[in-house]
Design a binder for this molecule. Structure first.
Ligand code: 26M
Length: 801
């Protein structure tokens, strides 16, 4: 059907007719999207079935990636690209008077994630399929993904996201594979056949119905599965046929929690976690049992990965199934469990470390809690052997302490591998944050530096740059991204530089048009597009970026001769709805934008743009247009970052701290090709330990700082003077926890260097190209290959290229 244009056109018209009962003239754009989506799904259905059959028949080891979030982004364009049918479709539709890109626009982003962690999971499943690895995602089918952000008078307002409003062509509901998940009730213990047996009685039974989505590899026949669970009432018993009962159950998968740091401790969140874990593990065991008998050998056929601690209940859940249902002894079950599970840590921020109060946990999950207690007791006994008499250390490392269940400790004890997401982050885990665990289990700890799928973030997002690269070095790099290094031999060729410049310019024009449409502001294409897009958080220091812009504003106002390279500062960020400070910073960016953009002289050289509702589809327009990538977190706080990689891959230069993967970007491109500044992680740590930092001293001693901080509260923004007082307080009264004022001078300096560097156009273009050349290392294909080889011990199945 996609083998040539004419066939496609015929098939398309026929499908439109049968599906929508319409001819092309009466069809709406949604009909047209729906038709194409269905054709693609049908086209891959054979490959999907064949992939599953291959996995069954070869009986090779499989990996299951459990994640509370998968931030997929739109699928139509990516699927067409991976299937290599995009051109046929585009040309065929063109003949029919339809624009493919308009059709693509009508797909809503499946925004089933908050940010980095969820997007990483999406990149990983793409790489797994492309590398022909038998690996599947397990997640939750939230009815509402991350909220839509509206900006009203400079304030963020959240609206419920509605990605399923018009249905989802990519999913297949599998009610026959539904699974029951048990909540509440109590455990009856009895002694029969010389063994204890446990019965969970009086439980509320929730039905987990899988919706499977195909994950299509690039240029291969592999189609893996992303299985998303939906909560539904199981057969209604007496007194259960009420609407409120139905609502209570469905609520489990209604909303994605919009907070990506603060551990909220809400019971619904705990239900979501267990719902994901229990349905996934039961389903994994069921499919294992179809081909294998002996559960004592589960770990030879199955690896289960837990993405952060959110699915850490996989540890007790697997123990429960192996013992209570399959009849293994504790020791047998423990051997299998720990050999099956592995865990990735994504943060060291203490407020993000999950701890559940026993009073919530125990009534909701009585059997799981019992098992955790037993794991804890055995673990503490083991610690006692290691550290006899060291009560404090043991209490500190325990899984249950002070009325709380510590999910990270559970994950570490129950897994065979614990990894951080960038070198520095893994080192901090080993030497500081989890040192006491590293001391007893050194072999478990390792690093897997994050990556991004270059298929979405370069091939799909930036087809112009993709063509240029391919013209110069051929197209092997598409499957072997490290081959982007071949570009290096060409970067001094004036023609390549000019053509890259033309691509960048074109992409800046496209973004500028979007900004004109959405924000009503005309930006200068020749200005530096300086971009910070990511969730809004104190540690990511969007406020430092703001303070720099305020400083520039002041310089321009005060010095008629001050001349700088024009810049457009672009922000995109969602704040958690309950995060007061983050919302204030969004308002501050808008107030600053008003001030800057409406000043006749200042606005000639700088502009400030806030792009609302930052999400995957918008990101695909932003990264290709960026000149400068802002990666300015307080050193040690950003575990890795992945936006930094998307920028570099699209030829932006990084302004960054020595944090997360920025350090590895620097190692790749060389110090000369990145702009670093600020405290190192070691310096931050020393300040945190010795308590010697006094932000007030920087306020008093640096006039530039005093001026901008004063402007937060002196009516400079011509509104309510108290509006930004809490932000000023965070810097002075609360002693500036994230060292903005400490890094201010260094940041101003480096930004001045950036402005000057941009004026040496030739050199800038070379540096951008060097960044692109070295971005292949940051492909998630490399990351996934390392997970496959070093953690999961899985290999490819049924290769065809
Ligand atoms: C937890 C409990 C309750 C509600 C929400 C959560 C929660 C959800 C998402 C906590 C954290 C979540 O994500 C954290 C995250 O995105 N971390 C980022 O992970 C990226 C991928 O490894 C890294 O690149 C980023 O540095 C890291 O901040």
């Amino acid at each position: 059907m996609f083998s040539n244009k004419e066939r496609f056109k015929k098939g398309y018209l026929k499908k439109l007719e049968s599906l929508c009962g319409k001819g092309i003239e009466e069809s709406t754009i949604r009909d047209q999207y729906h038709t194409l989506g269905n054709m693609v799904r049908e086209y891959i259905s054979t490959k999907w079935i064949e992939t599953n059959e291959l996995y069954r028949s070869e009986n090779k080891k499989q990996v299951y990636y459990l994640s509370i979030e998968f931030l997929l982004g739109r699928l139509l364009g990516q699927n067409l690209l991976n299937l290599e049918i995009k051109e046929v479709v585009e040309e065929g539709l063109h003949d029919l008077g339809i624009s493919l890109s308009e059709i693509e626009e009508c797909e809503s982003d499946p925004a089933l994630g908050n940010g980095g962690l969820g997007r990483l999971a999406a990149c990983f499943i793409d790489s797994l399929a492309t590398l022909n690895l038998p690996g599947h995602g397990y997640g939750i089918r939230y009815k509402h993904g991350l909220f839509d952000q509206k900006i009203v008078d400079g304030y963020q307002v959240e609206l419920p996201e509605q990605w399923l409003r018009h249905g989802n062509v990519w999913e297949v509901r599998k009610p026959e594979e539904a699974i029951k998940v048990f909540f509440w009730g109590r455990v009856e213990t009895s002694y029969d056949n010389n063994a204890l047996s446990f019965k969970h009685v009086g439980a509320q039974k929730v039905l987990a119905v899988p919706y499977d989505m195909p994950v299509i590899g690039y240029q291969v026949d592999t189609v893996n599965t992303l299985r998303l669970w939906n909560a539904e009432p199981s057969s209604l018993g007496p007194n259960q046929d009420t609407l409120s009962y139905k609502r209570e159950i469905e609520a489990i998968t209604d909303y994605l929690y919009p907070d990506d740091t603060h551990d909220e401790g809400k019971i619904l969140r705990l239900k979501q976690q267990y719902f994901l874990v229990s349905s996934s593990i039961q389903s994994i065991i069921a499919s294992f049992k179809k081909e294998n008998q002996n559960l004592r050998e589960l770990h030879h056929s199955v690896a289960i990965h837990i993405n952060d601690t959110h699915p850490a209940m996989a540890v007790p859940e697997l123990m429960r199934i192996l013992m209570d249902i399959e009849g293994l002894t504790w020791d047998e079950a423990w051997e299998v469990t720990t050999n099956t599970l592995s865990y990735t840590n994504h943060t060291i921020l203490s407020e993000a470390l999950e701890k559940w109060p026993i009073y919530l946990f125990q009534p909701l999950l009585p059997r799981i809690y019992m098992i955790i207690e037993e794991i804890n007791e055995r673990f503490c006994a083991e610690l006692w052997d290691h550290y006899p008499g060291e009560w404090e250390r043991i209490e500190h490392m325990a899984i249950i302490a002070h009325g709380l269940v510590k999910m990270a400790h559970l994950a570490i004890v129950g897994s065979n591998s614990i990894n951080g997401v960038a070198k520095i982050h893994s080192d901090i885990l080993k030497n500081r944050e989890m040192k006491s665990f590293y001391d007893i289990y050194p072999w478990k700890f390792n690093n897997k530096t994050n990556g991004i799928t270059h298929r979405r973030w370069l091939l799909k997002a930036n087809p112009e740059l993709t063509s240029l690269i391919t013209e110069v070095i051929g197209d092997e790099w598409k499957r072997q991204p490290e081959k982007l290094l071949d570009l290096k031999r060409h970067i001094y060729h004036p023609e390549l530089k000019e053509r890259f410049a033309a691509v960048k310019r074109k992409r800046k024009e496209i973004l500028a048009k979007e900004i004109a449409d959405k924000n009503g502001i005309i930006v200068d294409i020749d200005s530096i597009f300086d971009v910070q897009v990511k969730r809004l958080h104190a540690y990511k220091r969007q406020l430092l970026n703001v303070l720099h812009i305020m400083y520039l504003y002041n310089r321009i106002k005060e010095d008629a001769n001050y001349s700088i390279q024009p810049r457009t500062f672009i922000f995109g960020a969602k704040a958690s709805p309950t995060y007061y400070y983050a919302k204030k910073v969004i308002k501050l960016i808008h107030s600053l934008a008003d001030k800057v953009n409406n000043d006749p002289r200042v606005s000639q050289v700088i502009k400030v743009i806030f792009m609302g509702n930052y999400r995957v589809s918008l990101a695909e327009d932003i990264f290709p247009a960026a000149d400068v990538s802002e990666q300015i977190s307080t050193a040690s706080k950003e575990a890795s970052g992945t936006g930094n990689m998307k920028f570099m891959m699209n030829g932006a230069l990084t302004v960054g701290t020595l944090d997360g993967a920025n350090i590895e970007i620097m190692e790749e491109v060389g110090r000369e090709n990145i702009f670093t500044f600020g405290l190192t992680a070691g310096e931050v740590q020393r300040y945190e330990e010795n308590g010697r930092y006094r932000s007030m001293e920087y306020y008093h001693h640096d006039l530039r700082i005093r001026q901008v901080v004063d402007q937060l509260t002196n009516g400079f923004f011509s509104e309510d003077e108290g509006e930004f007082e809490s932000i000023a307080d965070s810097l002075l009264v609360q002693n500036d926890q994230y060292f903005l004022l400490r890094d201010f001078a260094s940041y101003i300096d480096v930004q001045e260097r950036v402005g000057n560097a941009y004026q040496n156009r030739d050199k800038w273009l070379e540096q951008a190209l060097i960044n692109i050349s070295h971005s292949g290392y940051f492909s998630s294909d490399r990351t996934i290959q390392q997970y496959a080889d070093e953690i999961w011990k899985i290999g490819p199945v049924g290769i065809r290229i």
